[in-house]
Design a protein around this ligand. Structure first.
Ligand code: BES
Ligand code: ZN
Ligand code: ZN
Length: 513
């Protein structure tokens, strides 16, 4: 099996035009009316090659576009890559992240070994340098990511690693940039870890295998501990929802519980957050089987769970002063003679009973047990993340995740983290009107509502398992993957949620200091 792309990243003090590199990356805004100071300096050394390219209109500075200009021996770089930044007034940290991603993807595609990012001066005036370095790191990991561990053919093979750097000629700036780089690297690596786990198919990763991955993760970290509940322990605990969904598969369900404890004496005074992630390693729909077309994409139905594992990895590396549970219910939803069926009434861990009317609405069946478990651990805040409903994709498209919750302050904190991380969310309702639809005549709840508002009724179902605990639900059904390659990413898992959740926890830790 092939190693996933190894990315090394550093900050270096060096003169831009003297920087020896395979690819020097500079940004250009679409409305800047030409080159900025650095662009002009390089252009004059390159005999006007960049200026001509821009003048001919071959590069307009649009986001997601780039253009290569070759060196001539008078600058240190072999190539200059111009990357588009769109309109200057619209620039955010995500502009930087995306530009870095676009450049890194291009570098890997061109088999370039070293890439040097020069930050556009306009960003330094608007954002803090550590945050800019973090965005560069996150973008570099995101864009260079490839998933080819099972490709054995040697033809047109990529390089095994990318050596990247953020450069500046000012030593004070270099020092400030350095302080944001390491969190960017941690988050970037964690997101790649999530993408690889999510991309692995269901014949490679099933619930027991995912549990082994979590145990391995905990073994590698002093502050993480891992407990796995197997099918017998789940039965003893009465986790009827998780057991029902897993009952049709040879690969038995697991509840994965990772615990991260903040170091030091004040740890017990810190809040405890539960991250709950849906990990259906394959969602065939079960007896209510899905159509054949696109069913392969349902190997990604474990995305919420692997994003939680990856976030726990990042939290442990960042040594954040908060206590975090990572709770991942995992099952394979398959049709067979032992499957749960439409009509079944299931007793869940909370004691509430659920009438199953569609076995494809399995996410809520496993999450309700995990949410009740989180509440039982006395967590102060519960955040769940799940590829829960096709209805959410219909409502929001593939641009942002649905966000529902029962606490406005927590909702606002997640909205702020979304803004910062570039992983967007949009608030949707999940209150009484929706909860009413989920009432059953012969059990406490049923697992589907009417034809309409499916993302909201699903959230309203979950809401009933958290009681008064502060809770937010993220429906990432439209966000778990890229169905086609983009200018910033290869096809497949996006790892959506790792940056969002880690940023939320980083902000929380910052406020607790
Ligand atoms: N895993 C799916 C949701 C999904 C759909 C994720 C598309 C990613 C892309 C979920 O388990 C599911 O099948 N939901 C059903 C619920 C319905 C039966 C109430 C759906 O959305 O159709
Ligand atoms: Zn389903
Ligand atoms: Zn599902």
């Amino acid at each position: 099996m092939k190693e996933i792309m190894n990315v090394e990243l550093r900050i270096r003090k060096v003169d831009f035009s003297k920087c020896k590199t395979d690819m020097l990356v500079i940004g250009m805004f679409s409305d800047a009316g030409g080159l900025d100071g650095l662009g002009k300096e390089l252009d004059s050394k390159l005999g006007g090659a960049i200026g001509r390219l821009v003048k001919l209109g071959d590069f307009k500075g649009k986001s997601g576009t780039n253009a290569v200009v070759y060196g001539n021996g008078r600058i240190g770089a072999e190539r200059v890559l111009l990357v588009g930044l769109d309109e200057k007034k619209k620039a955010t940290l995500d502009t930087v992240r995306k530009a870095a991603a676009n450049a890194a993807k291009k570098a890997v595609g061109m088999k370039v070994g070293t890439m040097s990012l020069a930050l556009h001066k306009a960003f330094g005036a608007r954002f803090k340098l550590p945050a800019l370095a973090q965005a560069c790191a996150e973008g570099t990991y995101f864009g260079s990511y490839q998933y080819d561990e099972y490709v054995t053919e040697k033809e047109n093979e990529r390089l095994g690693s990318l050596k990247a750097e953020v450069i500046d000629s000012d030593s004070v700036k270099v020092k400030e940039l350095s302080s944001g780089l390491s969190s960017g690297i941690t988050i970037g690596k964690a997101q790649s870890y999530a993408r690889t786990l999510a991309n692995r198919p269901a014949n490679i990763i099933n619930p027991p295998k995912l549990a082994a991955v979590a145990q391995e993760l905990a073994r590698g970290s002093k502050n993480l501990s891992c407990t796995i509940f197997d099918e017998e322990q789940l039965a003893a605990k009465g986790m009827g929802g998780l057991l029902a969904v897993g009952s049709g598969s040879q690969n038995k369900p697991r509840l994965i519980v990772l615990k991260y404890s903040a170091a030091g004496r004040s740890a017990s005074r810190q809040p405890t957050i539960a991250l709950v992630g849906k990990a259906v390693t394959f969602d065939s729909g079960g007896i209510s089987i899905k159509p054949a077309s696109g069913m392969d994409e349902m190997k990604l139905d474990k995305t919420g769970g692997v994003v939680v594992l990856a976030t726990m990895k990042a939290v442990a590396e960042l040594k954040l002063p908060v206590n975090v549970y990572g709770i991942v219910p995992s099952a394979e939803n398959m049709p067979s003679g032992t499957s749960y069926r439409p009509g079944d009434i299931i007793e869940t861990f909370s004691g509430k009973t659920v009438e199953v009317l569609n076995t494809d609405a399995e996410g809520r069946m496993i999450l309700c047990d995990a949410l009740a478990y989180a509440v039982k651990q006395k967590c102060d805040i519960v955040i769940d993340i799940a590829t829960l409903t096709g209805a959410c994709v219909i409502a929001l498209g593939r641009y942002m995740a649905g966000l529902m919750g029962n606490d406005q302050k927590l909702i606002r904190e997640l909205q702020a983290a979304a803004e910062q991380s570039g992983e967007k969310v949009w608030e949707m309702p999940s209150g009484d009107e929706y909860a009413k639809e989920m009432k059953s005549k012969i059990a406490d709840l049923k697992n589907i509502g009417s034809k309409w508002g499916g993302a909201c009724t699903a959230a309203a179902f979950l809401r009933q398992f958290v009681g008064d605990t502060k809770w937010v639900h993220l429906d990432i059904a439209g966000m778990d993957m890229f169905q086609k390659p983009t200018e910033f990413a290869v096809q497949g898992s996006s790892g959506f949620g790792v940056r969002l959740l880690t940023t939320y926890l980083l902000n929380l830790a910052e406020r607790k200091k």
